[in-house]
Design a protein around this ligand. Structure first.
Ligand code: DP6
Length: 341
């Protein structure tokens, strides 16, 4: 039987892709409502995906979470269970659930899996619980699992608006341009060897920055103009305007991390050498032809134009400690797979 009455089991499957932020989300103004201090902007990526099946079943005694073939426990399980509780509360569903989630990319691939993971979980759990959410409402739900997950609900170029209302009604993600908007733009993902395992989740670390970095207030005051400039450079498909601003934003993000106490230092010597190479590449080309960016980790995403990618790739492959280079493009929105059963 279907519906929230609780007899029989109900399941749904959803697929979502990771994203890389060009304007970073870093700082929460309201933890209960998961509201960020600033709006952010990202590109959803193709090829990589998380696929998640959720089944609510009254016969289950407690929630069961299987991530990449392994029964989850501790923090990762707790995060999923808390998220399921929220869906149960919104839908009236009372059963425990089984969650089975797989990534087609290794966790250590440099792609944050929390964005695609919680976007897929939000879609699968809400459908299995009988909720029919609009993509906007889905983005509002997904952010409770992971802020960046709100953006993975949509494909292509996506903005997550921070909003100003205390109740969060105007805080949601929205698609700016679809994945086919700028076919020339590609993301060369540079994986570095020996990237340290992340010990603290970003949603935790960013609050240390808010509390301790003397640079944070200035960053926030600069962001509206930078975001507008990046949005308009994307609208015009203008690399000369986009690339310098993307690097400026990444540098600002890195600077508030490094001035956090204790300091958040996510890069390795190799990551830093990659940034240096991208700067040198632009100097030699005489125009901005590439832009680096990185999240709270050591791997680097280098945006460039398709016609420059071969030359840049050969150059970055020579940087000692670079493990692999993968070319990705903007990818599609999250979506349900198959009928609910
Ligand atoms: C640096 O809260 O989405 O990637 O704690 O891993 O779930 P988790 O991350 P999240 O923070 C993302 C921070 C960022 C920037 C960004 O994606 O906007």
């Amino acid at each position: 039987m279907r519906g929230p009455e609780g007899r029989g089991s109900r399941s749904a499957t959803f697929e979502a892709r990771p994203n890389i932020a060009l304007v970073k989300y870093w700082g929460v103004r309201d933890r209960t409502r998961a509201l960020p201090y600033n709006s952010s902007l990202s590109v959803t990526l193709d090829r990589l995906r998380t696929r998640t099946r959720v089944r609510f079943d009254p016969k289950l005694g407690s929630d069961r979470v299987v991530l990449n073939g392994q029964e989850a426990s501790g923090g990762p399980r707790d995060g999923v269970v808390r998220f399921l509780d929220r869906v149960r509360e919104a839908s009236g569903e009372r059963s425990a659930a089984e969650v089975v989630s797989d990534n087609n990319f290794p966790t250590a691939s440099g792609m944050a899996s929390s964005a695609s993971g919680f976007a897929a979980l939000a879609g699968a759990a809400s459908r299995a619980a009988g909720l029919r959410l609009s993509p906007r409402a889905l983005s509002q739900l997904a952010r409770f699992g992971s802020g960046s997950a709100s953006r993975s609900v949509f494909g292509g170029f996506v903005e997550w608006r921070a909003g100003t209302r205390a109740d969060g009604a105007d805080c949601y993600a929205r698609p700016l341009y679809g994945p086919g908007h700028w076919p020339e733009l590609v993301d060369l993902v540079v994986l570095v060897r020996g990237a340290p395992v992340k010990e603290v989740r970003s949603q935790e670390a960013m609050q240390w920055t808010v509390a301790t970095s003397p640079e944070y207030a200035r960053r926030l005051s600069e962001l509206p103009r930078r975001l507008a400039a990046i949005r308009s450079a994307i609208a015009r498909r203008d690399p000369d305007r986009l690339f310098p601003r993307v690097m400026e934003e990444c540098d600002s993000f890195r600077s508030v991390c490094e001035t956090t106490r204790p300091s958040l230092d996510y890069l390795t010597v190799t990551s830093r050498a990659v940034l240096t190479e991208v700067r040198a590449f632009n100097r030699e080309r005489g125009r901005p032809r590439a832009a680096y960016t990185h999240d709270a980790g050591a791997h680097v995403h280098v945006f460039t134009l398709r016609r420059e990618a071969g030359r840049l790739r050969a150059r970055l492959a020579r940087v000692p400690g670079v493990e692999s280079l993968t070319l990705l493009r903007p990818g599609p929105a999250a979506r349900p797979l198959g009928p609910n059963v």
